[in-house]
Design a protein around this ligand. Sequence first.
Ligand code: 5RP
Length: 224
Amino acid sequence: MNDKQAVALEAASYVKNDMIVGLGTGSTANYFIDALAERQRTEKLRITTVASSNISMIKAQSAGLTVLSLSQLSQIDLYVDGADEITPDNALLKGRGYDLVMEKLLAKAAKQFIVVADKSKLVSRIGENFAIPIEVMPFAWQAAKRSLEAIGGVGELRQNVAKDGLSITSYGSLVLDMRFDASLDADRLNALINNIPGVVEHGIFAKLASTILIADQGQIETRV
Ligand code: 5RP
């Protein structure tokens, strides 16, 4: 079993009967979906889920989980998702995928947000390994980019994998991948980017995680 599987299995043990569970996106979140489906099969666990992306919804449905849409739910008990970076004060960078809006909605709506990661995700500051993904309205990307540059951002629109077109998110936005000065911490950047018109959502998840499970060669550290 690899570290991503180990931490996903641990997160699945937090799920109890009758919970509404948010499903994240990515390889670690996929292991969580598998582990949850396995518990439903073997222990007859009663759960309902809500997915943070179309790809997770399809995976969960094919594994036999019931998936509702966010609009049908008034509360979420637990949300489990991966991260691209985790700082010492538990700020996260997310959004290597294209589903930041749903991911942040679920992280905010859930009573408990458990982050699952292996130790390769630990960084000393947000933006250390990756640019900050910033979803922008297509008609406003130039204006939003200028505002981001005014606070020191440097970056470009994300291209598609073939590099012959632009990346489009699940809800039709474009993505600017922006790097900022190392002196701007996650809280400051979060506040600055939140304030820019034309920005739909961004990948800094500050003060949202309630529990972080980090696996390192089979050992799991729990940060609360
Ligand atoms: C998707 C995400 C993922 O959770 C993040 O990229 C981590 O992915 P993985 O578990 O595959 O390493 O934020 O938007």
